[in-house]
Design a protein. Structure first.
Length: 484
């Protein structure tokens, strides 16, 4: 299984077999949707009716577990009489269901009826996460991805117990989220993507659908509006946002660091006030990401003026501030989350320390370990290599608690795997770069430190290949894995 559970014991001679007359029981209305989604998948692959009821079943879901399990912890027992998943919350039950899906044969994930038997080896599991933030970032600005395509990403990410979906919604190449008070952001600024192809954006109805679908899979959407750099799409849409009042052309290349909002203009903050308000209104989660990275065209003194003002506007609209580690160079409001994307460079590490000294927490996304758009090796046909080559072993073989020397583990909120899309213009390419490396980051975020071991992990990862085949995932068959 991936992530490796906190504790697991086998029950010899206690195999559970799902039969054609099996039922799924849910002990509360909050668990009914979870039970129905599990039943829907198993109906497709087994052909069984699998009715869902509000009492015990062959598979029983119960939210009456002890509070000590926390929001995401669960207990699972599989024996000859059935499977029981118990948690203190519906979210915990959902995490347990993702474990059950991995305990079943891989063909249980198929979209058509397969031959049985449908057996689960006898086991008991008690499990809860190491870190509270475990995320995937999808860049929909450089290449736009539709609602259905993002839903597919949600489906796959949730299988590995991730709980955040960070959407990079604005950049030089495109503005992807509707803002009623500034309509040209999407009408014009969202019209193109890399190479000049047609872009796109999410209407408020689209975005609400994504937020709801993510919530049903217990992922919270973290929207990012990148500022003060990475803003050409906005500057092209509204001339008055530019220092000289002249709009630049839309941008369709992939270089960065050339654009900047005008820090001295009052209109800049009126604009951001409207944008953060409307984005916050569309986001039930408690975080809005204001970017802050690679602002090479913003004078440093202006940058230090800008970030506190932008952060104040995020807080004004009831959200916590999140930003890339550069924002730690200035004062941060209480509750800020700083996303560390550095490697082993001293400047980035110093900013991580500066963030922690201000009381911020860190989400770790080291580019040379967790960036899913980096090439696997020199021959990888997709991706980039500016942060180095990131093999599957490289993506797994690091410890969040020691990544930045001197940062206490109490300051680490979690981990995130970003996927930038300069070279990824369809979902097959996204899947190729995400799998098999995303499960590495998922396990680092969930499993206890004592469970992290490359030798055993790569054997468990090999078992996932047949599961991805059943799910139709276009994964990279990394040569260091002995795929089953």
């Amino acid at each position: 299984m991936i992530p490796q559970p906190s504790t697991q014991q086998t029950l010899p001679d206690q195999t559970f077999t799902l039969q054609s007359d099996a039922t799924i029981g849910a002990d509360s209305p909050a668990l009914q949707p979870i039970a129905e989604r599990l039943a829907a998948q198993l109906r497709r692959s087994t052909g069984f009716d699998l009715p869902v009821n509000d009492g015990p079943g062959s598979i029983t879901l119960a939210a009456n577990g002890p509070d000590t399990l926390g929001a995401e912890g669960y207990e699972l027992r599989a024996d000859a009489t059935g499977v029981t998943i118990t948690a203190a919350t519906a979210e915990g039950v959902f995490r347990g269901v993702t474990t059950l899906r991995q305990l079943l044969p891989a063909k249980a994930e198929a979209g058509s009826v397969q031959d049985g038997p449908w057996e689960v080896a006898g086991t008991t599991i008690t499990d809860s996460p190491r870190y509270g933030y475990r995320g995937l970032m999808l860049d929909v600005s450089r290449h736009f991805f539709t609602v259905d395509q993002v839903k597919r990403v949600i489906d796959l990410a949730s299988l590995y117990k991730l709980n955040r979906l960070h959407l990079h919604l604005s950049d030089d190449l495109g503005w992807r989220i509707q803002v009623d008070s500034w309509p040209r952001l999407t009408e014009y600024g969202g019209s193109l993507q890399v190479g000049g192809d047609k872009g796109g954006h999410y209407t408020k109805t689209d975005f609400a659908e994504l937020v709801q679908y993510a919530a049903e899979h217990y992922l919270t959407v973290v929207p990012e509006i990148d500022t003060p750099g990475h803003t050409n799409a906005a500057l092209a849409s509204y001339p008055d946002l530019n220092k000289d009042g002249v709009a630049p052309a839309l941008y369709t290349e992939t270089e960065v660091g050339f654009s900047s909002l005008t820090v001295a203009k009052d209109l800049t903050y009126e604009f951001l006030d409207d944008v953060f308000r409307e984005v916050a209104e569309q986001t039930p989660g408690d975080v809005v990401h204001l970017g802050g990275d690679e602002a090479h065209s913003t004078p440093h003194s202006d940058y230090l003026t800008f970030v506190p003002k932008a952060a104040e506007l995020v807080v004004k609209h009831g959200k916590r501030v999140m930003g890339w580690h550069e924002i730690a160079d200035g004062p941060l409001p209480a509750g800020t989350i700083v996303q560390y994307w550095g490697t082993e460079d001293e400047k980035a590490q110093a900013l991580a320390h500066k963030a922690v000294e201000q009381g911020a927490t860190l989400v770790l996304s080291p580019a040379n370990r967790s960036y899913l758009d980096m090439k696997y090796d020199a021959d990888t046909p997709l991706g980039l290599d500016w942060a180095g080559l990131v093999s599957v072993e490289t993506s797994y073989s690091w410890n969040p608690s020691t990544l930045v020397p001197g940062v206490p583990e109490s300051a680490i909120l979690g981990v995130e795997a970003p996927l930038w899309t300069e070279t990824l213009d369809d979902l097959d390419k996204v899947e190729f770069m995400v799998f098999p490396r995303l499960p590495s980051i998922a396990e680092l975020g969930w499993s206890p430190e004592s469970a992290l071991d490359w030798t055993t992990y790569k054997d468990r990862l090999a078992e996932q290949g047949s599961r991805w085949e059943a799910l139709g995932v276009n994964f990279y068959r990394a040569p260091e894995i002995d795929w089953r």
